[in-house]
Every structure is written in C-alpha cells, then in structure tokens.
Design a binder for this molecule. Structure first.
Ligand code: SAM
Length: 186
C-alpha cells in the first residue's frame, strides 16, 4: 500500500473513532483489500460512502492500475467530508462521488460495468441495493454486503430474496460481530 495513503488512513481512523463514524472494521478493511487485489478489480461501486474511509482502503490497493471507484452517499455532510478526503488522499482523479439517494442513482449507472460492488448503506434496504446492483455487476465478479450478522434482523428481505432467486452466497466471519456476505455473480 502506498505509504502516504496508509498514513492518511491512520489519521482518518483516529478521527472517526472519536466521532463515532460507522466505517468498516480494520479486519474487514484488510480482507476486502485482499479481495480487491486478488480478483484484480478495476471498476468499483460502493453504496454508502460515509467519509470515504472504506473507499480509500480499496483505492490504496488500486493505485497505478487504471482503476475507478464510484461511491454514493445521501448525507450532504458525509459527502462533503468525503470530497475533502479524496483530495487529501490523492485519489480524486480516480473517483466519482455521487451525492444522492442510492435507490434512485443505481438504476442510472451503466449495466455490466462493475467488478467489485460493496453494499454498505441502510441495512433495511440491502435487498433493494443488491437487486439494483445486480445488472450493473459483471458476470463472474464480486458483490460484498457488510454487517449481515450484526444487522441480520434488519435484513430479513435480503435473505428471503437470496433464497427466492437461488443466489448462492457465503457469510464470512472476518471480524468479531459485523460479518460480511460474498456473492459471486453467476
Ligand atoms: C455504514 S456507513 C458507510 C461506511 C463506509 N462504507 C465506510 O466503511 O467507511 C453507511 C452510509 O450509507 C449512507 N446511506 C445509507 N443509505 C443510503 C442510501 N439509500 N443512499 C445513499 N447513501 C445511503 C449513510 O448516510 C452512511 O453514511
């Protein structure tokens, strides 16, 4: 990982712990960075930017490889913080930050375009995010949904949808309580 980005992530982590921002855990960040590296992701879509922490983690794996990250956030405060942070992290030219309701924006994105999708928005809408992101994700590539055990009670529709559509998934315990879901689009 680029050392400048690494140092900046450390600063952000301190700020966010102090301000109680719900960014991904260190364990999940490390694991998702490994996936991004392993699959050779070049075009990433994130639902739920917050202050851009998770996205900078992904970006740190993608430096110098002709990549792009698109991330959607509906809180103007978070969106503005994220905009400042991408400049600080020197990844502005590789990033598209969209301010708005992801449920409205995802349908406007290009189909069959993304090879890594990270769903980390409102937990009750995880099923809707997945359904909308499905046509946007390339076949054979990866969709990750965060907090699938911690907020399982809020994700009943997601689990029902996966069963109804016969979508295969793995639930992985990478950190103590959040857990993530990995889906490879077939
Ligand atoms: C858990 S935080 C994201 C954390 C971030 N991915 C990280 O790890 O640093 C969830 C974010 O999603 C945003 N969000 C939730 N539902 C959304 C929606 N429907 N459209 C856009 N943003 C949404 C919230 O405002 C919040 O900032």
């Amino acid at each position: 990982m680029n050392n400048k980005i690494k140092e900046f992530l450390k600063e952000l982590r301190v700020f966010w712990v102090a301000n109680d921002v719900p960014n991904i855990t260190d364990e999940n960040a490390e694991f998702l960075q490994w996936i991004v590296r392993d699959i050779g992701a070049k075009n990433i879509l994130e639902i739920g930017t917050a202050n851009w922490y998770s996205t900078i983690c992904f970006a740190s794996e993608l430096t110098d490889t002709g990549w792009h990250i698109t991330s959607i956030e509906f809180s103007i405060l978070s969106h503005n913080q994220a905009k400042a942070n991408i400049i600080e992290a020197w990844v502005e030219s590789y990033s598209t930050l969209i301010h708005g309701q992801a449920l409205d924006i995802i349908p406007t994105l290009e189909d069959d375009c993304y090879d890594f999708v990270f769903i980390d928005g409102m937990k009750r809408r995880s099923k809707d995010f997945l359904e909308l992101c499905w046509p946007k994700t390339k076949i054979g590539w990866t969709i990750i949904i965060d907090d699938v055990i911690k907020f399982k009670a809020k994700m009943v529709w997601l689990y029902e949808y996966l069963e109804e559509k016969w979508i295969e998934y793995e639930v992985l315990q990478i950190d103590i309580d959040d857990w993530i879901m990995r889906i490879i689009k077939k």
